[in-house]
Design a protein around this ligand. Structure first.
Ligand SMILES: Cc1cc2nc3c(=O)[nH]c(=O)nc-3n(C[C@H](O)[C@H](O)[C@H](O)COP(=O)(O)OP(=O)(O)OC[C@H]3O[C@@H](n4cnc5c(N)ncnc54)[C@H](O)[C@@H]3O)c2cc1C
Length: 507
């Protein structure tokens, strides 16, 4: 069965994506955004909260970036996106609240950060100020085995969380992002993330039961907490996906499940990506929800599994109660009857390498511009989005490769995960990168897709938010104005109005 206890656990601390040329201490800001000044009075007030206040230049440099691929390129030039003024490390919700109140009173930006594994620049301190490092708020607080819920602190790294939950309590939350060892529970919630098994266990917005949140003015609130309550709108969902712009999650209650006792795997090959999509749609329509239902186009099939040109492989894995899993696999076998049966060793191969995160560093270190663009769309629109987005990305001069797989599937639609790589002159890399994102994103939005399925928005996708949400974007702006009237919480993200000035991205 899936268990991180079988793997080597990660460090339980942020993993740097790529070395910074010349070292983190001397790294300078790449983006031209205005930087806030941290006065001595604020520093004294931050120290008085009891939290650790870090001013060491090397630690500031490291805390000034995340896994955004654009920033990984800048790291090869000795730059971070924007340097933090201080890193503050609270150990309680009360300290978080006091830090937020101090920054709010001083009008200084505060950027919550934990694993710093965001790939959109969500965790970078665009205007300097305080990086609120939540990694010391870590660990499982309690488990209600009768109601199947777990109470956990936000800075708990994913692999440690699941290892403890399975070992100590025989339970799983079932949230397995590829970045399991790089990311935290709070980061999953703040980015509205997806585990690789979301077709069975749901995305994090389905898994959350309740939250404790510290607001910009220092108030601590609790949201949710009861199953399917009807006391007005679900306030959990105001903070899930808010990327640190509306409040800081200081505690979470999540749904759990008995650790799986049974697992089955299968693999098939389709002669077109669209045929594979259609079969996935029919599987979900019949109510089968296998943990893994991953469909690769033939480019990715060949790259990852050597399945050959013209073969679009579908990998299936499900886990849980044996009776249920056998029923799910029977439905899948019936729906895949016309496809070629492939070796289940392909699933083992994927399972063995699924959390390997070394590829980006190698490619970017080698001078390529690479990134991934994950989106979601309804089944009716997915074939058009697949073709339209690939065409749009390939039309940008400098693109060497563009490919796609379906990574997560639901009754109403799925996530398509595009990967692109290009090579241009070093001084053209930002322009090329932004042009690919413009072309791909516009094709997705025009095709009826959503801006993101699980990576979120951050800085990179900010410019598309108003267009993607339409008039509803003003509701988000109003929420921001009500909860954070001084705009100090993670300014420059989610496309929200930024009182500190323009981001300078893209140039
Ligand atoms: C190799 C790789 C693979 C990835 N695979 C996946 C995947 O399979 N699925 C997926 O969903 N994502 C994936 N990601 C993206 C990333 O891991 C997720 O977005 C993750 O949820 C971020 O968590 P973090 O702890 O690193 O947060 P950070 O990067 O530190 O922060 C991300 C955002 O959340 C905010 N934030 C963090 N903690 C809190 C808090 N307690 N309260 C309020 N705001 C907070 C920050 O301000 C920031 O806006 C991947 C990233 C990499 C590098």
């Amino acid at each position: 069965m899936t268990s991180p206890t079988d793997d080597v656990l990660g460090p339980g601390a942020p993993t740097p994506p790529i070395p910074i040329e010349g070292g983190a201490a001397d790294a300078t800001s790449y983006l031209p955004a205005n930087a806030a000044v941290l006065g001595d009075a604020l520093l004294d007030r931050l120290r008085a909260t009891g939290a650790e206040v870090v001013l060491d230049e090397a630690r500031l440099g490291e805390a000034s970036r995340d896994w955004w691929p654009a920033a990984m390129i800048w790291a090869t030039e000795g730059k971070v996106p924007a340097r933090a003024g201080a890193v503050v490390r609270p150990t309680s919700a009360e300290q978080v609240a006091a830090i937020l109140k101090a920054c709010n009173d001083a009008g200084v930006p505060v950027t919550p950060a934990a694993g710093r594994s965001s790939v959109c620049g969500s965790a970078i301190p665009l205007h300097g100020g305080v990086v609120l490092d939540l990694c010391s708020l870590s660990g499982i607080v309690g488990v209600d085995d009768t109601s199947l819920t777990v109470e956990v602190l936000p800075g708990t790294f994913g692999d440690h969380f699941e290892a403890d939950l399975q070992r100590e309590h025989g339970l799983t939350v079932g949230h397995w992002p590829q970045s399991m060892a790089l990311s935290t529970v709070g980061g999953w919630l703040a980015c509205r993330g997806a585990g690789q098994y979301s077709t069975r266990y749901g995305k994090i917005e389905d898994i959350v039961v309740g939250l404790e949140v510290a607001l910009a003015d220092g108030t601590i609130i609790r949201t949710g907490g009861a199953p399917r309550a009807a006391a007005g709108p679900d306030l959990n969902q105001v903070f899930v996906g808010s990327e640190g712009t509306l409040g800081v999650i200081t505690r979470a209650w999540l749904k759990a499940h008995p650790a799986p006792s049974h697992q089955r795997q299968a693999a098939w090959g389709f002669s077109s990506f669209e045929d594979g999509l259609e079969v996935c749609r029919r599987i979900l329509r019949r109510g089968a929800t296998p943990a893994v239902l991953r469909l690769y186009d033939d480019i990715e099939g060949e790259r990852n599994f050597e399945t050959g040109e013209g073969v679009h492989p579908l990998l299936v894995m499900d886990e849980g109660d044996a009776t249920l899993i056998d029923a799910v696999m029977s439905i899948i076998e019936e729906e895949c009857a016309g496809a070629t049966v492939l070796d289940t060793a392909l699933v083992d191969r994927w399972m063995g390498h699924r959390n390997d995160v070394s590829a980006l560093e190698k490619l970017i270190g080698g001078g390529l511009v690479v990134d991934t663009m994950e989106i979601s769309g309804p089944w009716a629109s997915l074939p058009g989005i697949y073709t339209g987005a690939l065409e749009a990305i390939r039309s940008v001069q400098g693109t060497l490769a563009a490919s796609c797989h379906q990574s997560h599937a639901y009754t109403d639609g799925a996530c398509l995960y595009f990967t692109f790589a290009g090579k241009v002159e070093p001084e053209q890399r930002d322009t090329f990168y932004a042009a690919v994102w413009d072309a791909g994103t516009r094709a997705v939005l025009e095709g009826g897709g959503a801006l993101s399925h699980h990576h979120g928005v951050g800085l990179n996708r900010s410019r598309f938010m108003a267009e993607a949400l339409g008039p509803a974007f003003e509701v988000l702006v109003a929420l921001k104005g009500a909860l954070d009237p001084n705009g100090v919480l993670n300014p420059g993200k989610l496309g929200l109005p930024d009182p500190f000035g323009p981001a300078g991205w893209p140039a």
